[in-house]
Design a protein around this ligand. Structure first.
Ligand code: 13P
Ligand code: SF4
Length: 307
């Protein structure tokens, strides 16, 4: 059996789409109907007329798709595809934290569980965070959750003084400035480009800071030929596809001999698991209707603000 032929047959027969995040392995990105960052994928899952969405991303992304399209069957090929950043913000602790700031509204990054979204006023992604924050009156006090690096970066960029939850992503926190600077000695013309979930010293040393899709767009239009990329290594596949004449080097993490930075959770999916997911209609994502009812509001507000 040719697995790709079978996937193509099943997706047609079942009116299914495969949505993949930029951090998926290249083979999955290449068979997906649509590849994008978390904002693109939430827009796509709201707009598709497919009956089934196979979500090659992590749980919070598949949950967002289900919240936006409750009538659709949303499947995730490996149910253990969690997110260390979403896990760094447990709902009960966040509820108590929020109670300490009764006059603040909550802006949360989409990298959260549905329960956190249900306690949120407006969501954002790294692509539209500035736009979302600037849509809120300056005098309004804000709690930002869950990523401390992104929150601090946004405070510096927007001049706000948001109270920031102390969470982080295991991939983006791991980049080593020391090793990056060593790599720069070998490639003195290489530009350092970084996702705002990276720690402040990495951001200060960067030539460009942006969300996954902003980094991709930057390398498409920028005249340089070499880049050190401080985000999950999956995006390098699209960067190389868009610009085959350029050199893209993954930024080295603190503790690794492989010189690459993979999200353990994103990389749980395989083409074979996508086949099983489509064939057996596993693993179905469900969101409690009472949580969904509240969680859909901040996601829709975000989509309205960012178009
Ligand atoms: P994006 O918003 O850039 O897709 O980020 C998703 C993510 O998981 C970052 O670690
Ligand atoms: Fe979560 Fe980090 Fe993986 Fe993104 S890269 S899904 S934030 S653990």
């Amino acid at each position: 059996m040719d697995i790709i032929t079978e996937i193509n047959r099943l997706r047609k027969e079942k009116n299914a789409v495969i949505l993949a995040h930029y951090y998926q392995v290249p083979e999955i990105q290449d068979i997906a109907d649509f590849v994008g960052d978390s904002l693109d994928l939430s827009r796509k899952s709201a707009d598709t007329d497919a009956d089934i969405i196979v979500f090659a991303g992590v749980n919070f992304m598949a949950e967002t798709a289900k919240i936006l399209s409750p009538e659709k069957k949303v499947l995730i090929p490996d149910r253990n595809a969690g997110c260390s950043l979403a896990d760094s913000c447990p709902p009960e602790e966040f509820r108590k934290f929020r109670e300490k700031y009764p006059d603040h509204i909550v802006v949360s990054y989409v990298n959260t569980t549905a329960e956190i979204k249900a306690m949120t006023d407006i969501c954002c992604t790294s692509t539209n965070a500035v736009q979302v924050i600037e849509s809120i009156p300056r005098e309004q006090k804000i709690i930002f959750a869950p990523d401390r690096n992104l929150g601090d970066y946004l405070n510096r960029l927007t001049g706000r003084n948001m109270v920031v939850w102390d969470g982080a992503c295991h991939v983006h926190e791991e980049f080593s400035l020391e090793r990056i600077l060593k790599l720069r000695e070998e490639y003195p013309d290489a530009k350092l480009i970084a996702h705002p979930e990276c720690q402040k010293p990495i951001l200060i040393a960067s030539d460009f800071i942006g969300s996954t899709s902003a980094l991709l767009k930057f390398t498409d239009s920028d005249p340089s030929k070499e880049y050190i990329v401080a985000t999950e290594s999956g995006i390098l596949h699209q960067m190389k596809k868009h610009n085959p004449g350029k050199l893209f080097l993954p930024a080295p993490p603190i503790d690794s001999t492989c010189g690459c930075s993979d999200c353990f959770f994103m990389k749980m999916h395989t083409v074979k698991k996508i086949y099983h997911s489509l064939n057996e209609e596993i693993f179905e994502i469900d969101v409690d209707p009472s949580i969904r009812e509240r969680a859909v509001i901040p996601i829709k507000r975000m989509l309205e603000v960012s178009g």
